[in-house]
Write a protein that binds this ligand. Structure first.
Ligand SMILES: Cc1cc2nc3c(=O)[nH]c(=O)nc-3n(C[C@H](O)[C@H](O)[C@H](O)COP(=O)(O)O)c2cc1C
Length: 379
């Protein structure tokens, strides 16, 4: 058992939840457990249809997106018994920063469409629950405003390459100056995926919201063209790491050979992701790419995963396959839409509690050491 196994790292009991730190709104939760399907249905009722579609949708046939949760469920738990385990230690270190749960917030764009406080509410919930938040380049608040919510807690900044190299460098530099602990370079968007729902809806950022990190943002540039369409190369890893002064996480890697090249090029971590099924489609799931990548990089880098993670057992499966942490996209959007910061905290705490529970049922006491033989392919 590691030295920092203090009470701080144990999942908080329900009565010690984060209500004190975040303003409770009505998250609309009726079940006495985390009911993500209900939260999504509620968000769908609350949001304009094109906004719901933007959050919920994937690219092309949406096969990658649809298969993501199924891929985690293609494994089964192999519980250990008689191990005397009654509590699970959930705290871990991500690039040297301590977090209270291995479940973090993935970068996702335009959170101001889900709730007026947008990324600020998400940041408050992450701080309150001890989860790591990654702020997106395409945020509706500036990266400095989001960092101001951190209150000393670790946050990461996700960087998209911009058409202008000077602008990209400026964002990287600002992230370092604002106190972010890592630069997450998203590399799976050389072009935006063909998102049929957004094309049909002619989706654009609603009036009154803007991509706050861009000095030239006029507030209403269509989303289909505003994301970076300038591609990175391996050389950029060291270059932007240096500009920001931060360790680099490369997000959107699905192959072992690419992961090795990222690490050789200076990456401290690799984030296995299909971008929530919004880019190449049909692509291999994060679940099935993960073991190859973990084996390829060995101890040379940390490995994280996201995509379709919806239950504590999904998280445990990812940890068993070698991920050090996992990240959530859409479930955070549904929480934010339904209940602001309280809704996001409810999702993060609910899933963390599920993980703690599943760990104990499987005789596992520490998220930092979940053996691969804790799971097996479903038959
Ligand atoms: C609405 C939405 C917006 C997103 N925006 C970004 C983004 O700005 N930058 C990025 O690196 N990934 C972005 N992603 C991908 C997420 O970081 C993450 O990889 C994905 O959502 C995980 O899958 P999940 O939604 O099934 O949990 C976005 C995903 C969604 C659903």
């Amino acid at each position: 058992m590691a030295s920092d196994n203090g009470p701080d790292n144990l999942v908080p009991p329900p009565q010690a939840r984060a209500e004190a730190e975040v303003t409770p709104e009505d998250p609309g939760q009726v079940a006495p457990f985390l009911d993500l399907a209900h939260l999504e249905a509620r968000a769908r009722d609350l949001l304009p249809p094109d906004v719901y579609d933007y959050y919920a949708g994937g690219s092309d046939t949406e096969t990658t997106m649809r298969e993501a949760p199924e891929a985690w469920r293609s494994y089964r738990l192999r519980p250990r018994v008689l191990r005397g385990v009654t509590q699970a230690q959930l705290g871990t270190e991500l690039l040297g920063s301590h977090v209270r749960t291995p479940i973090g917030v993935a970068p996702w764009a335009y959170q101001g469409m889900a709730h007026p406080d947008g990324e600020l509410a998400t940041a408050r919930a992450a701080v309150a629950t001890g989860a790591l938040m990654t702020a997106s380049t395409s945020a509706t608040h500036t990266l400095e405003e989001i960092a101001a919510e951190a209150d000393g807690a670790p946050q990461w900044f996700q960087l998209y390459r911009q058409h202008s190299d000077a602008h990209t460098k400026d964002l990287a530099r600002r992230a370092g100056d604002a106190g972010y602990r890592a630069l997450v370079m998203t590399v799976d968007v050389p072009l935006l995926g063909r998102r049929h729902r957004d094309m049909t809806n002619a989706f654009a950022l609603p009036a009154g919201l803007r991509m706050a990190n861009h000095p030239d943002a006029d507030g209403r540039r269509p989303a289909l063209t505003e994301l970076a369409t300038a591609t990175w190369t391996f050389d950029d890893i060291a270059r932007f790491g240096e500009v920001s002064g931060l360790p680099v996480v490369v997000k959107g890697v699905l192959r072992g050979d690419d992961a090795v090249r990222c690490v050789q090029a200076g990456a401290s971590a690799v984030w296995v992701s299909t971008h929530g099924g919004r880019q190449a489609d049909p692509a291999v799931s994060s679940t099935h790419a993960l073991p190859e990548i973990v084996d390829a990089v060995g101890d040379d880098a940390e490995v994280y995963a996201d995509g379709g993670i919806r239950t504590g057992a999904d998280v445990l499966t990812a940890l068993a396959l070698g991920a050090r942490a996992v990240f959530l996209g859409r479930p955070i959007a549904w929480g934010l839409a339904g209940g602001g910061a309280a809704g996001v905290a409810q999702v993060l705490e609910g899933l963390t509690e599920e993980l703690a529970h599943t760990m104990v049922l499987c005789g596992l006491d520490d998220v930092r050491s979940v053996p691969r033989d804790s799971i097996t392919a479903a038959r």
